[in-house]
Design a protein around this ligand. Structure first.
Ligand SMILES: Cc1cc2nc3c(=O)[nH]c(=O)nc-3n(C[C@H](O)[C@H](O)[C@H](O)COP(=O)(O)OP(=O)(O)OC[C@H]3O[C@@H](n4cnc5c(N)ncnc54)[C@H](O)[C@@H]3O)c2cc1C
Length: 439
């Protein structure tokens, strides 16, 4: 583990305006850790930039000393690659300005998905939120990003009209389809090793009515529920999104759920989801008209930091063999197996590093690695399931785990283009993301 001399650290503290924490400081232990506590990271220092000027100052200071910077707003996707870096927190880049007439929001890079949703909801608008309200819009967009509303509006990254960045030369500038289109392409899914994003102009969508929630059954009905889920996904319109959840929480019996959102009124939604009425009486049904600011409540994923181990795959089908693989044995030691219905606008051609997402479903296998032994058995179960499932062999960047890399997500031509951009834009390797572009 590298430790910077105290003189350099004092110099850093005197150079930036924002807060700094160094090893040995009382709060360092807490602030240097990522949201996913299963991942360790030995960083040299933590800087919470006060503003864009501070980011420029930090980039120039770090480049001149050949010290890498890892921008990590939350660490939901932490991989351990922040070792020996200056960790940059973007929390204070928290501006949110919604312009309803243009259906856009200008936001700082530290803004979380739920915060944007709250601001947009006041105007009957929505961003493209995923399941968690506490990940940053910037972090999700930089990895492409899958939203509840992806079937209607495509990748989260494609909803970004412009990025404000600080590049490796320390220049603060705007990147859009017309200003530096190469970098604009890369930032919408190609990881995050080419620039530090300080702000985003986000395209919003009209969402006067949203209906959604979770219908939960005993795990005894998993097969029936999964079959109805599959049948419904063959016909539902793009505005209705369904996720199948196999759940086994500690101390409780296995359960199965269908989570849903519908961009429209409750009556239409209930009509479209009428096949659920043929299923046994559920344990609970939270479906209701809701604000787009409340979407995080549907899956109620943890918002506080904790340990997590995930593995995702994109599935080419959900045929009978696939259902057998998912349902024939208990999901233990996993906590949840989530099958998302994709398709719609996500399957349309698009000029970003992922391109069209042809696979109609994704599966996300999640467990709590509370001990080393638990971590091993969770990974074994994930690997066993992945081997037996009809996985396409690639996955969205935002769903990569610490054992994977961009080559598991992006086509070869995108990787080649990203490597060239890294060489051109950041030859000194100032920027370190969760996944390496250069390797
Ligand atoms: C509970 C949970 C639910 C999730 N649900 C979804 C979902 O529905 N859809 C989905 O697509 N993903 C989902 N994810 C994955 C999540 O989107 C990724 O982990 C994402 O990387 C989180 O972004 P972050 O900024 O909060 O995390 P971080 O790990 O802090 O950052 C992610 C990456 O972005 C880079 N980055 C972030 N901000 C900047 C910046 N300003 N400038 C340059 N680089 C930057 C970081 O360097 C890092 O490489 C989920 C994850 C969890 C744990």
């Amino acid at each position: 583990m590298t430790v910077l001399p105290i003189t350099i650290l004092d110099e850093l503290r005197a150079t930036v305006q924002g807060r700094t924490w160094f090893p040995g400081d009382s709060e360092f232990d807490e602030v240097h850790r990522p949201w996913n506590r299963a991942v360790g990271q030995n960083v040299l220092a933590v800087v919470e930039a006060a503003d864009v000027t501070d980011v420029v100052t930090l980039v120039n200071w770090a480049r001149e000393r050949s010290l890498p910077i890892a921008t990590q707003p939350t660490g939901h996707g932490a991989t351990g690659r922040a070792d020996d870096t200056i960790l940059l927190r973007t929390t204070r880049l928290d501006r949110i300005d919604v312009t309803p007439a243009q259906r856009t929001a200008t936001i700082g890079a530290g803004v979380k998905s739920g915060e944007l949703q709250r601001a947009a909801a006041e105007h009957g608008l929505t961003g493209l939120p995923g399941s968690s309200p506490v990940v940053t819009v910037a972090g999700v967009a930089l990895g492409g990003g899958l939203s509840w509303f992806g079937r209607s509006f495509g990748w989260v990254g494609d909803s970004i009209r412009a990025f404000d960045v600080v590049d490796a030369d320390g220049r603060a500038r705007r990147v859009s389809a017309t200003d530096d289109p190469d970098l604009f392409w890369a930032l919408r899914g190609g990881g995050s090793e080419l620039a530090i994003v300080t702000g985003l102009e986000v395209g919003l969508q009209a969402a006067p009515d949203v209906f959604g929630g979770r219908v939960l059954w005993s795990g005894d009905h998993a097969r029936q529920v999964a079959e109805v889920f599959r049948t419904m996904t063959h016909t539902v319109p793009e505005g209705l999104t369904l996720w199948l959840e196999l759940l086994h929480f500690p101390g409780s019996e296995p359960m199965v759920a269908i989570d849903s959102t519908y961009l429209g009124g409750g009556e239409e939604a209930r009509e479209l989801m009428r096949p659920l009425e043929t299923l046994p009486t559920p344990l609970s049904d939270t479906r209701a008209q809701m604000s787009v600011a409340e979407l995080g409540a549907i899956t109620a994923e943890p918002t506080d930091p904790g340990v997590g181990s995930s593995r995702a795959e994109l599935l080419t089908s959900l045929d009978d063999d696939t259902l057998d693989t998912l349902l024939d044995s208990p999901i233990d030691p996993l906590l949840s197996v989530q099958v998302r219905h994709l398709g719609g606008a996500l399957a349309q051609p698009t000029d970003n590093p992922h391109g069209a997402l042809d696979e109609p479903y994704s599966v996300y296998m999640f467990g709590l690695p509370v001990t080393e032994a638990a971590a091993e058995s969770i990974e074994q179960k994930q690997a066993d399931l992945a081997r037996a499932l009809p996985a396409s062999g690639r996955k969205p960047v935002t769903f990569l785990n610490p054992h994977e890399g961009l080559a598991d997500a992006l086509p070869e031509e995108s990787l080649t283009r990203l490597r060239r951009l890294k060489e051109e834009r950041d030859p000194g390797r100032v920027f370190r993301g969760n996944f390496s572009i250069a390797d």
